[in-house]
Design a protein around this ligand. Structure first.
Ligand code: SIN
Length: 520
């Protein structure tokens, strides 16, 4: 192993980035973690429901696997899902070792239930503060271990001509000094793209830039059409969209429309615990049908002390709006939540670019198929993070196979027009309106035309100049819309009203490649 290979550069400080950093350090490597905000700011921090693992009595990785496969409607990569579910208990033990205080009842770990899980297998911490508890524990361990951390530093570009990995260009988040890292392997753990949508459960940093940067460098990207919409985020004019965890429905909360009627019982035999895409679409329909801007999550039948003990963060948040969930139904709407697709990755996090590894939400291993099972996402960051760390210690050449269908997408030069808020708002509206919960060919084509126009404004004039966040947002939005247009069926969280059924011929992944990526 070269000296450079002992110094992996990890981009991102959510569960995946922090965990890979820690494990690399334990294995004797000297990682650097780079993050565009503060170390503690990531999507992980906002995860409420929990983390799934078959650790309870009567459960087994095989049952967890079966639920994961069923949720993914025909597209789950079986090997990836086997790895995820069978390695889950060991990774939970790691979190316990790192000091994550999982909730217990009568001395046993407390396990919650969420949609499409056949068993109660969701571990949680601090009630609904699971992500925060994990992030805090891992962050403390990272600092304790003396791992080099660079906050407020952004990845600007990757070039694939390094010796042990791609050459990474980093810059200060405030546009400060630029630095070129041309040594070791790079691990992308940059998370998802939810905040590119007008309605999103994600923090503002979840802009999908990692995908755009890897794509520009020539990495294959897959499954971008599968954007998961969470059925319930808080809705109030002018208020932030705040996740209202699915675990509340797991505890018995029900959905009602403006007239106070339950509607999920007419839609699916599992009612409020139907798969997430089914619930999100039903709410979207109900909102359109009633011309009322939200529906209501009614938890008033649950005991008040139980609600406040199990969901303290939500109760606290709602109190700022004068709401008490034991008394008041919670106004909710669906919102973009999780990017299933991303940089194509094998079971050891290897991408199609030598020395570029990915894990967590930015990676596309096929583990979620067309629809992610609730609470499998924090788990994914850990399980594949562990494999990335081991791969970094003993690198073996290889990478993911290409899907049968790969579409070339070109990134044309533009006028390099800065970071205009108006353009960013246009992207969010276009994605929400035309590349959202219900899609059509005409809506997707018109969104792609508009993204072309925005790209011509935002993209730099020459490939030697760095693309800014806006140009990268246009690229990621284009990849989602392009894949959604190509998939002429409905499957999981990708719903086309012009092709409302799944087709056996579409049990395959769509790859996207940059038609004008620079050669290695
Ligand atoms: C939730 O708490 O409802 C979100 C959990 C997840 O997305 O896995």
């Amino acid at each position: 192993m070269t000296e450079a290979a002992r110094h992996p550069l990890i981009i991102g400080s959510g569960i995946a980035g922090l965990y890979v950093g820690l494990r690399c350090r334990e294995l004797g490597l000297r990682p650097t973690i780079v993050t565009k905000a503060r170390l503690e700011e990531s999507n992980t921090r906002y995860a409420q429901g929990g983390i799934a693992a078959a650790v309870g009595p009567g459960d087994s990785p095989a049952f967890h696997l079966a639920d994961t496969v069923e949720a993914g409607v025909g597209l789950v990569d079986l090997n990836a899902a086997r790895v995820l579910t069978s390695e889950a208990p060991a990774r939970i033990a790691d979190l316990v070792r790192y000091g994550v205080p999982f909730d217990t009842t009568e001395g046993q770990v407390a396990l919650g239930r969420e949609a499409a899980h056949g068993r109660s297998r969701i571990l949680h911490a601090g009630g609904d503060a699971t992500g925060l508890s994990i992030e805090e524990a891992l962050r403390h361990r990272v600092l304790e271990a003396g791992i080099e951390v660079r906050e407020r530093t952004v990845l600007r570009a990757l070039r694939r001509d390094g010796r042990d990995g791609p050459v990474a260009t980093l810059a200060g988040a405030d546009g400060g000094s630029v630095e070129v890292f041309s040594s070791g392997p790079v691990v992308l753990a940059t998370g998802g793209a939810g905040s590119l949508y007008r309605q999103s459960s994600n923090p503002a940093i979840a802009t999908g830039e990692g995908v755009a940067i890897a794509f520009r460098a020539g990495a294959l990207v897959t499954d971008m059409e599968f954007v998961q919409f969470h059925p319930t985020v808080f809705w109030r004019e002018g208020a932030p969209r705040y996740l209202i965890t699915e675990a509340l429905r797991g505890e018995g909360a029900v959905l009602r429309n403006d007239a106070g009627e339950r509607f999920m019982t007419k839609v699916h035999r599992d009612a409020e615990l139907a798969p997430r895409d089914v619930v999100a679409r039903a709410i979207d329909r109900e909102i359109l049908r009633t011309a009322h801007p939200c529906v209501y999550l009614d938890a008033t039948a649950l005991p008040r002390d139980r609600l406040f003990a199990r969901f303290p963060s939500i109760c606290h948040f709602l109190s700022a709006y004068g709401l008490d969930p034991s008394r008041d139904p919670i106004p909710v709407t669906p919102a973009a939540h999780y990017m299933i697709g991303g940089v194509t990755s094998d079971l050891d996090g290897r991408s199609t670019l030598r020395g570029l590894y990915t894990c967590g939400e930015v990676a596309s291993t096929g583990v979620h198929g067309a629809n992610r099972l609730a609470s499998n996402s924090l788990l994914e960051g850990l399980v594949f993070g562990e494999r990335v760390a081991r791969q970094l210690l003993h690198p073996v050449p290889g990478g993911p196979p290409e899907p049968a269908l790969v579409v070339d997408v070109k990134v044309a030069p533009g006028a390099g027009r800065g970071e205009e808020t108006r353009l960013a708002r246009e992207i969010r509206d276009l994605l929400w309106n035309d590349v959202g919960i219900v899609r059509t060919a005409s809506g997707l084509r018109s969104a792609l035309d508009e993204f072309g126009r925005l790209g011509r404004a935002a993209e730099p004039a020459s490939p030697d100049q760095y693309a800014g966040p806006l140009a990268n947002a246009v690229v990621t939005a284009t990849l989602i819309a392009r894949a959604a247009l190509a998939r002429t069926e409905s499957r999981g969280c990708h719903y086309r009203s012009d092709y409302p059924r799944s087709k056996p011929s579409w049990r395959r992944h769509i790859g996207l490649r940059c038609g004008n990526a620079p050669a290695a």
